[in-house]
Design a protein around this ligand. Structure first.
Ligand SMILES: Cc1cc2nc3c(=O)[nH]c(=O)nc-3n(C[C@H](O)[C@H](O)[C@H](O)COP(=O)(O)OP(=O)(O)OC[C@H]3O[C@@H](n4cnc5c(N)ncnc54)[C@H](O)[C@@H]3O)c2cc1C
Length: 387
């Protein structure tokens, strides 16, 4: 077996614990002020512009970015703590989260200085929402089959085609999207795609909502008809987006959001079991907590490696694979564990059942979004030299 898999044994340094206390105090004050309810099931209010701006004021968006772009030049481990606390509290971060996690870092790497100076500070102030325009009706896992066309015209490109499952598009100020600028070649079927910044105020864009199983509107179909994108909005190498895609993936796949999306079920389970669970329930609960603790150690490790300038693509894929399967199975396990527990407090039981129902409905998507289990395992196998 190859030694290509390496989880550095990283622990969160003391400054992270100081920051954690600050973040918890901020969140507690916001909950007390009624900005959001951590126990709410109806997640229609996850886009909260004024909350994002408050987070921006704290300096907690783009915290790792250079100061000249509005960042704080702090560590990925500090960013980890912020993500973890916000996710565990079910805070409404949707307006800024994608830009903070991956769109900003892509712009830092590939955008012109003028675009960086214009957009990055707005992201850090919590004023910018981004979406990712990769998937198409006939191209999901096989990203490089994308066919939405960018045709060269005077001063830029005209875009025609359809993206699908585009989270946030209905709220987004910008997308970072992959468009076809040339045909693939015989030698390289990944050739011919270019990454573009898309201003969602441009004419020629139609956004059609897609409602998920819970009835919420998170993602969309986005249709482009002769939408103009200026030359300056090309990100990186023309026809060479395939070379750029991989570094984005470690950012997208390794965070605590990859195993905490159904976490409220675990919290409600603890409430239902109370402080004297029977031996069977205590053992099952202990097992779940040990598993989430291990996932967390692995996720912290990947973030520590990112901080050290490494590109832990395989390790990030392992975290997403194990993490999403864990969070996907959690509702089912929680239902089994709670099945034979008598609860005096019927309020707790009702809240548990509500969270369980919601988590059960979102569970199928967890192993699809951001790369399916099978595709991740292909990446892991390749990284280990097994294929
Ligand atoms: C909640 C949610 C939000 C999303 N948000 C976005 C977004 O914002 N932007 C965006 O661009 N996309 C988004 N997506 C799309 C997502 O990235 C795709 O659904 C995903 O890449 C899978 O593509 P697909 O649905 O076309 O399935 P397919 O690629 O058709 O896969 C179907 C099945 O075949 C398997 N399969 C495919 N290829 C292989 C292979 N080579 N080896 C083994 N098995 C394989 C897959 O694992 C899967 O089980 C989102 C999806 C979800 C569920």
């Amino acid at each position: 077996m190859s030694t290509a898999l390496q989880f550095d044994p990283i622990r969160l340094p003391p400054e992270c614990e100081v920051l954690r206390r600050e973040v918890r105090a901020f969140l507690a004050a916001e909950m007390a002020a009624g900005t959001f309810d951590p126990n709410a099931i109806d997640k229609d209010d996850l886009f909260n512009a004024s909350f994002s701006q408050k987070v921006g004021k704290k300096g907690w968006i783009g915290i790792t970015w250079p100061k000249r772009y509005g960042g704080q030049e702090r560590s990925f481990l500090e960013r980890y703590v912020i993500t973890e606390e916000f996710r565990a509290a079910n805070a409404p971060v949707r307006r800024h989260f994608t830009a903070d996690r991956q769109s900003g870092p892509v712009l830092i790497k590939y955008a012109s200085e003028a675009i960086k100076m214009d957009i990055l500070p707005r992201i850090t102030r919590g004023e910018c929402c981004f979406g990712i325009g990769m998937s198409e009706p006939n191209s999901g896992s096989d990203l490089f089959a994308a066919s939405t066309k960018a045709t060269k015209t005077k001063g830029g490109y005209l875009i025609n085609g359809t993206k699908v499952w585009t989270s946030n598009a209905h709220q987004a100020d910008y997308l970072i999207a992959l468009f076809r600028t040339s045909a693939a070649t015989k030698e390289n079927r990944r050739h011919g795609l270019t990454s573009f910044l898309v201003d969602m105020k441009s004419s020629g864009i139609a956004i059609n909502p897609i409602y998920n199983l819970t009835g919420l509107h998170d993602f969309n179909e986005v249709v482009f008809e002769d939408m103009f994108v200026p030359d300056s909005y090309v990100l990186g190498e023309i026809d060479g987006a395939w070379k750029q895609a991989t570094s984005e993936l470690a950012f997208e796949r390794s965070g605590p959001e990859r195993f905490l999306e159904t976490f409220t079920v675990l919290i409600e389970l603890v409430r239902v079991l109370g402080d004297k669970p029977d031996v069977r329930a205590a053992e099952a609960l202990g097992r779940l907590v040990a598993q989430v603790h291990t996932l967390r150690r692995m996720s912290v490790s990947v973030n520590g490696m990112l901080q050290a300038g490494k590109e832990p693509i395989v390790e990030a894929s392992v975290v997403k694979d194990l993490g999403t399967i864990w969070e996907q199975k959690l509702p089912h396990r929680a239902r089994e564990i709670a099945a034979f527990t008598e609860t005096d407090d019927l309020g707790n039981r009702a809240a548990f059942e509500e969270h369980l129902a919601f988590a059960t409905m979102i569970a199928p998507k967890l192993t699809l979004q951001g790369g399916t289990t099978e595709v991740l395992r292909g990446i892991i196998a390749r990284g280990l030299g097994l294929r």
